[in-house]
Write a protein that binds this ligand. Structure first.
Ligand code: SF4
Length: 607
């Protein structure tokens, strides 16, 4: 096996308590890298389209990459693939924390969870020794409390740990997995763990990861650390909330359930406000010198004592999108989501939808269990989050995700911001067209990461007309592809530039770690991964109709702010989508052609 990999994957069956170790195939690693690529291949092989996402036949494939756990910078990342309870289709997700590096140091590139435990269970893994434990005393514990309980019971403070909260146990379809206070956030993987009666996993390894050229790895690391000090200074100072103010100034900040894209009170919730009054300390994932996590704490007022690590998406969707101009309430909402175990982005969208329905008189206090669910009411924000996690009142319907809400109440479709059941991130594509294509063609439903992050290119670089349609398909495709390979190597996207991991990859770090010449092939591997994921989606019934944008974006012009009068109509979107399918080699209905499968070697790989 190439250096940088362990060459082994651990499979755990919760129904039978059987475990087995299988080899990672070197020929597959050479064409799919690791992480997202290998996890997608496992998913293709083992999760047929008829599998119930909350049934025992669904599986979770946790997969590291060749850089995960190595002595570079931010080698924290690992991936999961599972069938999503939120979108009812393939889900990939990317996460930091210590778990991935510890899994590698325990001797495994991946961990596969299958079956269903008879009772609530937690797992421990220490250098290859896996044990099953009774988690029934922890039933109802928050995800944060469960992490503490795992560490105490395991007796290793520096282990990597993951857990779910009460929402995951109740199969709330937007439940997340808390990983060392980072998150597999989107798509509801916490509900998959809940459906398997799996409350948490903890892992500790003491092995070394072999490197092809340790001296070179050390030299590359040294140079990158210096470069990151200046190139990522804003991330260190402001974290991802640095984007709140510029996005709003440009008229792209979703406000009151995307009814407009400019929030008049944005200065009360932006990164300057956060740094001046709330940041207690920075948080760094494994081996990260950037430390972009901002641990915020509320020191006065009704939410005194609230604390959370608050990111851009959380601020945007719990803040302006719900009309909330109180940063302390956002921190409290963030903490509630973390503890109850739900994704802040899906929660923000669900609360904003509830507020619009309430203000329009389509639901009443009877539905909200007495909550005055007006935009801008912080108590409503917190109360609705609790209803979702507890599956009470309107919360029981919201807990089914946007897919479930649309099925039960099709007349509410025009108020719902999602693609393929995944709610939008905190960007309004009427302010920059490429973001529409990002949401429409992302392989996990609306997503600014998997779908291709074009914010800097479209809004800040000066190279693109943000309202143009021409050229956006190529921009989005390249961003999607580069993200696909970065998600497969095990390094954080924030630092990747310092290692040459761009859309035209340079550098020698993968060679120094693995001893194999990956770099010239990275964009080819990336396109293979993206195409493989689309083959899976096609098999699950996904077609062009599922790539379309919600009515609010295509039928309603923005009524105010810097983007007043802007819209991204179906006809405009279709221009980009046609270009995009052409570049990808998919047919007019969004199906991967046989020729394209051959081009990326998928026919042999999937035979
Ligand atoms: S840059 Fe931020 S997200 Fe990336 S590894 Fe560092 S702390 Fe984690």
């Amino acid at each position: 096996m190439l250096k940088g990999y362990c060459g082994k994957v651990l499979r755990v069956n919760l129904s039978t308590r059987a475990t087995s170790v299988e080899n990672l195939k070197e020929d597959e690693v050479k064409i799919l890298l690791g992480g997202r690529g290998i996890a997608a291949k496992y998913y293709y092989d083992e999760i047929g389209p008829g599998v119930d996402e909350l049934g025992p036949d669904n599986k979770i494939f946790f997969m590291t990459g060749p850089l995960t756990g190595t002595p570079l910078v931010s080698t924290t990342k690992f991936q999961l693939a599972t069938k999503s309870p939120e979108t009812r289709m393939y889900l990939c997700s990317n996460c930091g924390g210590d778990f991935g590096p510890q899994l590698k140091q325990a001797g495994f590139d991946g961990l596969i969870i299958e079956g269903k435990a008879a009772e609530l269970t937690w797992l421990s893994l220490k250098d290859g020794a896996l044990e099953f434990h009774d988690a029934r005393p922890w039933k109802g514990y928050t995800s944060v409390k469960t992490l503490g309980a795992l560490r105490e019971a395991f007796g290793e403070k520096k282990a990597g740990a993951m857990s779910i909260g009460p929402a995951g146990e109740r199969l709330v379809r937007m439940s997340y997995i808390n990983v060392d206070d980072r998150a597999f956030g989107r798509g509801g993987p916490g509900a998959v763990m809940g459906s398997k009666n799996l409350k948490g996993i903890i892992v500790k390894g003491s092995g070394d990861i072999s490197l092809a050229d340790a001296e070179k790895v050390a030299a590359i690391r040294k140079a990158a650390v210096v470069e990151l000090k200046t190139s990522r200074a804003n991330h260190t100072k402001f974290g991802t909330p640095q984007y709140v103010e510029p996005l709003n100034t440009l008229g792209c900040m979703p406000t009151r359930n995307f009814q407009t894209a400019y929030f008049e009170d944005c200065d009360k919730v932006d990164a300057h406000e956060m740094v001046a009054h709330y940041v207690k300390k920075n948080y760094a994932c494994y081996r990260c010198t950037v430390a972009c996590g901002k641990m915020c704490e509320v020191t006065e007022g009704p939410y005194k004592g609230a604390h959370a690590r608050t990111e851009f998406e959380t601020v945007g969707l719990l803040g302006p999108d719900c009309g909330i101009s109180d940063f302390a309430a956002i921190v409290k909402g963030n903490q509630l989501c973390d503890e109850l175990g739900i994704d802040t982005m899906s929660a923000g969208n669900a609360v904003a939808l509830t507020m619009e329905l309430f203000e329009k008189g389509l639901i009443t206090k009877q539905d909200t269990m007495g909550i005055d669910a007006r935009f801008g009411n912080p108590d409503a924000l917190l109360g609705i989050i609790e209803l979702i996690a507890a599956r009470q009142g309107i919360g029981d319907l919201l807990a089914e995700g946007m897919y479930g809400v649309k099925k039960a109440r099709p007349e509410w479709k025009r108020f719902i911001l999602d693609v393929k059941g995944m709610p939008f991130a905190a960007y309004d594509p009427r302010g920059f067209t490429g973001n529409g294509l990002t949401n429409g063609t992302s392989n996990r439903g609306a997503c600014h990461n998997v779908g291709g992050w074009t914010i800097r290119a479209e809004l800040q670089s000066g190279k693109y007309d943000r309202y143009a349609l021409e050229g956006k398909a190529a921009l989005v495709k390249a961003a999607q592809d580069s993200r696909a390979y970065v998600d497969s190597i095990g390094m954080c996207t924030v630092v990747r530039g310092a290692f040459g991991f761009s859309e035209a990859p340079t550098g020698e770090v993968l060679e120094a770690v693995t001893g194999y010449a990956f770099t010239p092939k990275l964009m080819e591997i990336a396109q293979r991964i993206y195409c493989l994921e689309r083959v899976i989606l096609n098999r699950e019934g996904i077609r062009r109709r599922d790539d379309l944008l919600p009515e609010r974006i295509t039928k309603e012009t923005l009524p105010s702010g810097p983007t007043k009068g802007r819209i991204l109509t179906d006809a405009m979107y279709d221009v980009m989508l046609k270009d995009y399918y052409g570049l990808r080699g998919w047919d007019a209905d969004g199906v991967v052609t046989e020729e394209t499968k051959s081009k990326w070697g998928l026919k042999e790989l999937l035979a």
